[in-house]
Design a binder for this molecule. Structure first.
Ligand code: GDP
Length: 359
């Protein structure tokens, strides 16, 4: 029988024409997506079903009220099954080799029998094509590994919103049995502080042959790192890598010792050649052993939770305050008075808060 001819045949590898609005397609698809009862997701997650885990994370990322409602129920029921993992933050400027490193590192871990989940905090991915981390071609080998679960950053929202979704995703991944959870960020901004507040171990990936000024890494990020690993220590770069190592070792000496009791370490690797990757994992295992023995591991997680609770309280209160009708009415008046030096800022703030609380 002759093959049916159609102009609409989709050829593998052929990109859809630019006229197709990807956002519109996505919206159409998500609108049609059926929400199952929370039990379905919880059972699937506990059975470590990757497809159901991914669907549950989609609910977490959604802003639709009915999705949020289902998401919080799923979360609540997964919470007792969470916590049993090593949470690792990995950061570095674009080009430092994060995805190459995570791919090699992840493969090493799954080879050792670990189940590895990779999440990302990348608020830039909300801006159309501006994502720094969300490139789909990354970590191709690892994504085909049944022991690994890779989730690009939530695609919209403020840094706080994206970070919250990432944290909630950690809980679901742990409930699904992932015992190593990696949170990746781009080492250029605020995302690192968010990532730091949800992981046990924070790793900064640097390039050999470029000073840290060149790499735009802020002092604060170095200060919050448990390890600085110089990547691309291969070929002509080896000497530069050694020089960089010495430099970072010195930089780390300048900071007071962290409360974990761990002395931040430096190391080098070649993610491309798969060299030094095992040593990084050994370093993390040593950290976990030390901090579990001295109690910091558990204490730190509790403290992170309490901080998250307070931050959330503060955010919620601020939002409620600014949404208040009376506040909305009085705010411009007070701003005008401040500009005209009719009232000082402190009294203005106090008056407004007092007015809000008296209602
Ligand atoms: P990311 O932007 O931090 O995720 O960096 P990528 O993993 O995409 O790597 C950026 C470039 O550096 C790619 O061309 C990689 O092939 C290359 N690269 C990554 N790791 C190494 C390494 O260990 N040695 C060398 N020579 N190149 C590497």
């Amino acid at each position: 029988m002759a093959k049916k001819k159609t102009a609409l045949k989709v050829k593998k590898g052929v990109e859809p024409p630019p006229s197709v609005n990807a956002e519109a397609v996505k919206r159409f698809q998500t609108r049609k997506a059926k929400v199952m009862p929370p039990q379905y997701y919880v059972e699937g997650i506990l059975k470590s079903d990757r497809t159901i885990l991914a669907k549950a994370i989609t609910l977490i990322e959604s802003t639709l009220p009915r999705h949020r409602k289902a998401a919080s129920e799923i979360l609540e029921r997964c919470l007792p099954h969470s916590g049993n993992s090593v949470r690792i933050g990995i950061t570095g400027v674009p080009g430092a080799g994060k995805s190459t490193f995570i791919e090699a590192f992840g493969k090493h871990l799954t080879g050792l029998g670990h189940k590895v989940a990779i999440l990302a905090i990348d608020p830039s991915s909300g801006r159309s094509k501006g994502s720094i981390l969300g490139d789909k071609t990354r970590m191709e080998t690892l994504s085909a590994d049944p022991m690994a679960f890779i989730r690009p950053s939530a695609s919209a929202g403020s840094l706080g919103g994206v970070a919250r979704k990432t944290y909630e995703s950690i809980i679901l991944c742990e409930a699904a049995g992932y015992d190593v959870v990696i949170v990746e960020t781009v080492g250029v901004g605020q995302s690192e502080t968010e990532a730091r507040s949800m992981v046990d171990f924070f790793l900064l990936l640097m390039l050999a042959g470029a000073g840290d000024e060149l790499q735009g890494i802020k002092r604060g990020i170095i200060e919050m790192s448990d390890a600085i690993i110089v990547n691309k220590a291969d070929g002509n770069n080896i000497e530069a890598a050694n020089r960089a190592l010495a430099q970072y070792k010195n930089a780390l000496h300048l900071f007071s010792p962290p409360p974990s009791g761990w002395t931040p370490l430096t190391g080098k690797c070649s993610a491309l050649n798969n060299e030094g990757i095992d040593a990084v994992w050994e370093m993390i295992e040593a950290y976990v052993k030390l901090t579990k023995e001295n109690g910091y591991f558990v204490e730190n997680r509790k403290e992170q939770q309490i901080k998250r609770f307070h931050n959330n309280l503060a955010d919620n209160l601020v939002n409620k305050f600014y949404e208040d009708e009376e506040v909305k009415r009085l705010l411009p008046e007070l701003e005008e008075k401040i500009k005209n030096k009719k009232i000082d800022v402190y009294s203005a703030a106090e008056n407004l808060i007092r007015g809000y609380l008296r209602k």
